[in-house]
Design a protein around this ligand. Structure first.
Ligand SMILES: CC(C)(COP(=O)(O)OP(=O)(O)OC[C@H]1O[C@@H](n2cnc3c(N)ncnc32)[C@H](O)[C@@H]1OP(=O)(O)O)[C@@H](O)C(=O)NCCC(=O)NCCS
Length: 174
């Protein structure tokens, strides 16, 4: 099947991403989850993997200056990685993630990439070159700075390879 990969701004991509994200994370299930109360950052860019019929996979990208060990770093956040339940295990998320990582590498200023995931996805990301970050994540929630612990951070190395220390997201998580 022919597929197309579009990388568009977060706002332009939202109408295409929204139905897919609602199918993957129905609001009733989100409300019951351990992270249902979290306020998330909006994506700056969206990778959309499309078949002739539909958007089958989405990867969101957030660009942010964070503090790691107290020093500023320009990073790319990956979030909202989702393949439609009817189209899983066809390689779409791998394709979407590859496109996101290529976009990150093309931006010369990016120091590393960071995502947050649940235990059932650890193996998926580890098989794709992501490394667990064992340090502390601080983030903004409801206007306050909190320790962000509801999901596990994973890093994709670019110029830096953080594994420990504290990362302050200096804003909402993704
Ligand atoms: C996780 C998710 C995005 C994977 O999407 P996908 O399009 O099915 O992934 P791919 O088809 O690219 O996966 C390719 C390979 O990874 C394997 N794989 C997929 N999910 C896996 C998982 N959770 N753990 C380990 N391996 C996994 C596939 O079997 C396949 O292996 P193969 O190459 O040996 O055949 C999808 O299951 C999903 O949308 N889940 C719900 C939302 C979610 O949890 N998103 C992640 C948020 S961090």
């Amino acid at each position: 099947m022919s597929i197309e990969i579009d990388i568009v701004s977060g706002n332009v991509g939202w109408p295409y991403a929204k139905p897919l994200l609602e199918a993957v994370w129905p609001s009733a299930e989100v409300a019951k989850s351990s992270w249902g109360h979290i306020e998330w950052a909006k994506a700056d860019l969206r990778v959309l993997v499309e078949t002739p019929d539909d958007v089958v996979c989405h990867v969101g990208l957030v660009f942010r200056t964070v503090l790691w060990k107290g020093r500023k770093h320009a990073i790319a956040g990956i979030g909202g990685v989702a393949t439609h339940p009817d189209h899983r295990r066809s390689g779409y998320a791998s394709i979407g993630l590859d496109a996101a990582v290529r976009t990150i590498r093309d931006r010369e200023a990016i120091d590393f990439a960071l995502l947050f995931c649940e235990p059932h996805n650890f193996a998926f990301y580890e098989a794709r070159g992501w490394h667990r970050f064992d340090g502390v994540i601080m983030a903004e929630q409801a206007g306050a700075r909190i320790r962000f612990e509801v999901m596990t951070p994973y890093v994709f190395d670019v110029k830096n390879a953080p594994r420990e220390g504290a990362i302050d997201l200096c804003g909402l998580p993704w």
